[in-house]
Design a protein around this ligand. Structure first.
Ligand SMILES: [Mg+2]
Length: 282
C-alpha cells in the first residue's frame, strides 16, 4: 500500500472509531483518533508480520496493547486487516460482544494479552521477546504500544530495565506521546521530560517521530529492526483527537464518546478530508 492509500485507510479507521463510540454511548475518543496513523503503519505498512486466517501462527510477530482503553483503534484495525468482519465493530461494549471496553485476549482474534490496568503491557511484551530470543534462531518480533500517561507506572520502568539488561533487540515499543491523560496534561500531573533521555539511560535505542506522518513511522520501525543488541522505543508525537477539530488537544475527550450531534460533525469533518490527515510538519 502506498502512503496515500495508507492515509485513506487511517481516515477510514477514524470514521469507524467515531461510529463505534457513538453506538456504544461510552468509551474513549482522543487516544484512538490520535493513534490511527501508527496502527495503520504497523498493520498495513509492512511492519507487523501476521496472518488473520491463522492468528496463532507460531512465527507471527506479537503485538501487545498496553493502554487497553484505546482499543477502538485496534478493533477497527483488526477488522480492516481481516481478523473479523467490519460489521462486528458495531458491537463494541455491547452485552455478549468480543469487543470489550478493554481487550480480552481469550475472545479477541489477533490479541496476545488482555489489558486495561495500565503499565503492564511492556512487562508482557518483554517476556515474549525474551522467550523468542532464547527459543528461536530467527526470533519473532514483539511490538508494544503504550500511552504516555502509563509511563508514570513503576512497572513500566522495571520492564524497561529488564529489556535493556537482556538486550531484547526483537522488542520495539511505541509510545503515544500526546501529552494528555484522563485528568489533565502529563507535565502538570507527573512530568515525564526529559523523556527520551530516560529511555536511553535504561539501555534503549530511542527514536522520535511525528505520529501522523506514516512514512516517518514506517522508517523508524524499519530502523528498529536493524538495531542489534538493543530494544528500540519510538516516541510518537501525536495530537489527541487528531482529525476532529473540536476534540484535538483536549484532555476532556480522553474518556468520553461523542453524542449523536457531535458524531455527525466529526464524521462530516473526516469524510471531507478525503483521507488527508496533515501532520504539523507537512
Ligand atoms: Mg496520553
Amino acid at each position: 500500500m502506498n502512503i496515500e492509500k495508507l492515509e485513506e485507510k487511517a481516515n477510514d479507521i477514524r470514521q469507524d472509531i467515531i461510529q463505534m463510540l457513538v453506538a456504544a454511548k461510552s468509551g474513549h475518543s482522543a487516544g484512538p483518533l490520535g493513534m490511527a496513523d501508527v496502527f495503520t503503519a504497523l498493520y498495513f505498512g509492512g511492519i507487523l508480520h501476521y496472518d488473520p486466517k491463522n492468528p496463532a501462527d507460531p512465527t507471527r510477530d506479537r503485538f501487545v496493547l498496553s493502554c487497553g482503553h484505546i482499543c477502538p483503534v485496534w478493533y477497527a484495525t483488526l477488522a480492516h486487516a481481516g481478523f473479523f468482519e467490519l460489521s462486528e465493530l458495531a458491537t463494541l461494549r455491547k452485552l455478549g460482544t468480543r469487543l470489550h471496553g478493554h481487550p480480552h485476549n481469550e475472545v479477541l482474534p489477533g490479541a496476545e494479552n488482555s489489558s486495561g490496568p495500565l503499565g503492564q503491557g511492556l512487562s508482557q511484551a518483554a517476556a515474549m521477546a525474551y522467550a523468542g530470543l532464547n527459543m528461536k534462531k530467527e526470533p519473532w518480533r514483539v511490538y508494544c504500544v503504550m500511552s504516555d500517561g502509563e509511563q508514570q507506572e513503576g512497572q513500566t520502568w522495571e520492564a524497561a530495565m529488564f529489556a535493556g539488561k537482556n538486550k531484547l533487540r526483537n522488542l520495539t515499543g511505541f509510545i503515544d506521546r500526546n501529552n494528555i491523560q484522563i485528568d489533565g496534561h502529563t507535565e502538570d500531573i507527573m512530568p515525564l521530560e526529559p523523556f527520551a533521555d530516560k529511555w536511553r539511560a535504561f539501555g534503549w535505542h530511542v527514536l522520535e517521530v511525528d505520529g501522523h506522518n506514516i512514512r516517518e513511522i514506517i522508517d523508524a520501525a524499519n530502523e528498529a529492526k536493524a538495531i542489534y543488541e538493543k530494544p528500540t522505543v519510538i516516541i510518537c508525537h501525536t495530537i489527541p483527537g487528531k482529525g476532529v477539530d473540536f476534540m484535538e488537544y483536549r484532555f476532556e475527550w480522553h474518556g468520553k464518546p461523542p453524542n449523536d450531534e457531535e458524531a455527525k460533525k466529526a464524521l462530516q469533518e473526516l469524510r471531507t478530508l478525503g483521507g488527508k490527515i496533515r501532520s504539523e510538519h507537512q
